[in-house]
Design a protein around this ligand. Structure first.
Ligand SMILES: [Ca+2]
Ligand SMILES: [Ca+2]
Length: 163
């Protein structure tokens, strides 16, 4: 098992809080379903629209993967979630599909890039209230500095934050 840095641990803990939509300290399938619905709503998408359904499906796949890897229980604790991410290091195809689904949902004007405003809505939907964080994150992940995030730049962001 690889050792995980305190920063990474912190990010994984934040990711747990993000997915734990009823804040009861455990993750269940319902948490993931609500999370996908909340995100779709935050982007003003009909839950039945293709990008919203796609996100729901990829989010369910994240849950199934997590559930299987923790022994098939109906709920996953914070510590189990952390251990899972220590093992996987976010290189799994599920994470890519999930990042792709969020990107499609967030790309409101459909130009295959996320503007700063589109990215800010992702942050808002994730419950991030600090505008300075949005600016910092945008600057960090806009690797080529052209003022927009490509899908691959956005995938790096999702990999780092796992959610
Ligand atoms: Ca929960
Ligand atoms: Ca766009």
């Amino acid at each position: 098992m690889t050792t995980i840095s305190p920063t990474a641990r912190q990010k994984i803990a934040e990711s747990f809080d993000l997915f734990d939509t009823n804040h009861d300290g455990t993750l269940t399938k319902d948490d993931f379903t609500r999370y996908a619905d909340n995100l779709a709503r935050a982007f003003g998408r009909d839950p039945q629209s293709p990008p919203a359904r796609n996100l729901k499906q990829t989010t369910e796949e994240l849950w199934q993967k997590l559930q299987v890897s923790t022994g098939g229980k109906q709920s996953v604790s914070r510590e189990e979630f952390l251990q899972y991410h220590e093992r996987t290091q976010s290189q799994e195809p599920e994470i890519l599909q999930y990042a792709d689904a969020i990107f499609e949902l967030a790309d409101a004007d459909g130009n295959d890039r996320l503007s700063r405003d589109e990215f800010a809505r992702v942050q808002q939907a994730r419950g991030e209230k600090n505008p300075a964080f949005v600016d910092d994150a945008f600057a960090t992940y806009d690797a080529d500095g052209d003022g927009a995030l490509t899908k691959s730049e956005f995938i790096e962001y999702i990999r780092d934050f796992i959610g």
